[in-house]
Write a protein that binds this ligand. Structure first.
Ligand SMILES: Nc1ncnc2c1ncn2[C@@H]1O[C@H](COP(=O)(O)OP(=O)(O)OP(=O)(O)O)[C@@H](O)[C@H]1O
Ligand SMILES: [Mg+2]
Length: 345
């Protein structure tokens, strides 16, 4: 067991390539990050940036004849990428749990919530059924499901969207994991329920001391829960920073674009900030050099070579992949009404 604040998971040079009919698809390309005990790491990026594939691959869930995975993911002295299927199965749902992006894939429609929770407990613990059932009630109560004992006998379709999400969190927490990976856990929910679920995840982190990887396309979610943020673009990290630094001193033009499209509830937008123009590149045909170059209004000669992810702003905890100097970055990012964007509309 490592002490609080030390690295719990250390991912380095992760590459995931799928062989498809259309060619080799590099979904994750040289991704490196650390997760510390008790920390909430937000992973943010547009659709297709490799957020889900990266986390699924760490858990061995993308393995197959047409997948090539390399790199390392060190957890508790072992490299998860090299680990055998048996050992991985022992870790999954136990020391590392995942809430999947597609909620229907995690809850079986034909079994009661109680039965599914009890099974999640018994897969990894030799608990008597009565003890597992008591634990299931405790878990539902912990995630704020009222009248938990009765609801154990209900089926997933009898739960509202928010309650189903809570049930999935309960299932993921059944064995008090060291790491919870939550892939878009609130996307399908209304704003109020979303806020409750995010609050719940933060509380549980406090209570259980677990680390969380929160995957989202929504910087609002990141601002709400994360301690640190990784911005992904085209399968790699383009910026990595403590959450405050990301919002107040963002370094990568892609991040500026994401910030410009955040919906702010607390005040009307003074002027419409430009959205990022164009589409993310196809992972089947990535541009040479900086992958954001074709969409970046600030690109220059040097961008023909891809910059490494390294500290450039003077803060050693804040790294990015953009060749612009820190002063140029501060001058070029557009600030309107206190909001940062990529360029003026
Ligand atoms: N099993 C697979 N076979 C081939 N390509 C895949 C497979 N799974 C994902 N991909 C591709 O890998 C890329 C990254 O996908 P991924 O699901 O990780 O994106 P994401 O960042 O999670 O996006 P979203 O926000 O939409 O969930 C995409 O181009 C996707 O089409
Ligand atoms: Mg995804």
């Amino acid at each position: 067991m490592s002490a609080p604040g030390t690295e719990l998971l250390s991912v380095s040079g992760l590459e995931v390539t799928f062989r498809t009919d259309a060619g080799e698809l590099r979904a994750v390309d040289g991704l490196s990050f650390d997760l510390r005990r008790g920390e909430i790491l937000g992973i943010v990026g547009e659709s297709g940036s490799g957020k889900s594939v990266a986390s699924l691959s760490i858990l061995g869930l993308t393995r197959g004849p047409d997948t090539v995975i390399s790199g390392r993911a060190e957890f508790d002295g072992r490299d998860l990428i090299a680990l055998g299927e048996e050992e991985l199965r022992e870790l999954r749902g136990n020391r590392i749990s995942m809430i999947f992006q597609d909620p229907l894939s995690s809850l079986h429609p034909f079994y009661t919530i109680g039965r599914q929770l009890i099974e999640a407990i018994q897969v990894h613990r030799s608990a008597r059924k009565a003890d597992a059932a008591a634990r299931a009630v405790e878990l539902l109560e912990m995630v704020g499901i009222p009248d938990a004992r009765r609801r154990l006998d209900e089926y997933p379709h009898e739960f509202s969207g928010g309650m189903r999400q809570r049930a999935m969190i309960a299932m993921a927490l059944a064995n008090e994991p060291d790491i919870l990976i939550a892939d878009e856990p609130t996307t399908a929910l209304d704003v109020t329920t979303q806020a409750q679920i995010l609050g719940l995840i933060k509380d549980l982190r406090e209570q259980l001391g677990m680390a969380v990887i929160m995957i989202t396309h929504d910087l609002g979610v990141v601002a709400e829960v994360a301690d640190r943020v990784l911005v992904m673009y085209a399968g790699r990290a383009v910026e990595s920073a403590p959450v405050d630094a990301l919002f107040y001193d963002p370094q990568h033009p892609y991040t500026w674009g994401l910030l410009g499209s955040v919906t702010r509830m607390d005040r009307p937008r003074a002027a419409k900030l430009a959205q990022i123009k164009g589409q993310p590149p196809s992972p089947l045909a990535l541009p040479a050099g900086c992958k954001f170059r074709p969409r970046c209004p600030h690109a220059f000669d040097r961008c023909a070579v891809e910059p490494p992810l390294e500290p450039r702003s003077g803060d050693s905890a804040h790294a990015d992949r953009c060749w612009l100097g820190p002063d140029e970055k501060r001058a070029k990012r557009v600030v309107e009404g206190g909001e940062i964007g990529l360029e003026a509309a």
